[in-house]
Design a protein around this ligand. Structure first.
Ligand code: CA
Ligand code: CA
Ligand code: CA
Length: 284
């Protein structure tokens, strides 16, 4: 790139940014570190033989450790997830056990006991296992099989532990259940590895969700997804640490750009400027 083309490109980008900011549109936001001190724990009912969850945030709010082999539990954000690109790391810091770790999206406070709950669950099992949970609400549903690998499910109402375990909607519980929507492109039948850190990235909007693991696209879904919090999920796996989460402007805005903005930009010649900018980039 020549010096003069650099100046031209900078001038075009600056003009466009100023215009978009003037229109109230955020321009190229920088990533923002997530402070986990503002997040909240919410649990499904305890099941026989499993203890209560325990989420511990470090002082800086950069990491949280779920230390107990226990009940289904969620640790959710203090912000809504629509329109954001959220990324961070997860690591199971033990060789013990082989159960569920994961995330939720579109979760609302109170959803673990709400008949109107409707959110997405991305969970990851290390090994396949059939189990029948008992006690509490789990007495009404039969055993199920948790399959090894990464999956995404829609959760509605108040599922039992058996339904969460097998991604099922059983007739024994009329108050809720799960529908498995997809399994990961390359990790759909591959479990997580002990003491190994993975980076997850979520790009979420009203009609889109893309999920990457270590930069490999695992899910690319379209549909109608409710807004809500992003959260961490755990079911029966101890010593799971989440760290270094940050948010950035995503690809799927909460409210699509109004057509008038696009038309006005075109009328001012900025779209043409963008086109020329793209050509210079591809040429140079
Ligand atoms: Ca049961
Ligand atoms: Ca059910
Ligand atoms: Ca377990």
């Amino acid at each position: 790139m020549t010096y003069s083309s650099f100046i031209n490109r900078t001038a075009s980008t600056t003009a466009l940014s100023a215009f978009l900011i003037g229109m109230g549109v955020a321009a190229c936001a920088a990533p923002v570190a997530v402070d986990l001190n503002g997040w909240t724990v919410e649990n499904y009912p305890e099941v026989n033989g499993f203890a209560g969850a325990n989420w511990t945030v470090d002082g800086s709010g950069d990491t949280v450790l779920q230390s107990v082999n226990g009940q289904p539990t969620i640790f959710y954000s203090d912000f809504q997830a629509y329109g954001l690109n959220t990324s961070g790391k997860i690591k199971v810091e033990t060789g013990n056990d082989d159960d569920f770790v994961g995330f939720v999206l579109g979760f609302d406070p109170g959803d673990t006991s709400s008949s109107s709950a409707n959110y997405l669950l991305i969970d990851w099992k290390q090994n396949t296992q059939t189990y029948n949970f008992n006690g509490g609400t789990a007495a009404s549903t039969v055993g199920s099989t948790a399959e090894e690998g990464l999956a995404i499910s829609r959760v509605t109402g108040t599922p039992t532990a058996d339904e969460l375990w097998g991604h099922e909607n059983q007739g024994g519980n009329a108050s809720g259940g799960l529908e498995e929507l997809a399994r990961g492109a390359t990790l759909g039948s591959t479990g997580w590895v002990d003491n190994t850190e993975y980076e997850f990235t979520f790009d979420f909007g009203p009609n889109n969700l893309q999920v990457w693991v270590d930069s490999v696209l695992q899910f690319d879904l379209t549909g109608n997804f409710e807004n809500g919090r992003i959260g961490f999920y755990n079911f029966s796996q101890n010593q799971v640490r989440y760290s270094a989460f940050e948010t950035d402007q995503g690809s799927f805005p909460a409210v699509p750009l109004p057509g008038a903005v696009v038309l006005l930009a075109g009328g001012l010649g900025l779209m043409g400027g963008l086109g020329r900018l793209a050509k210079r980039k591809s040429a140079g």
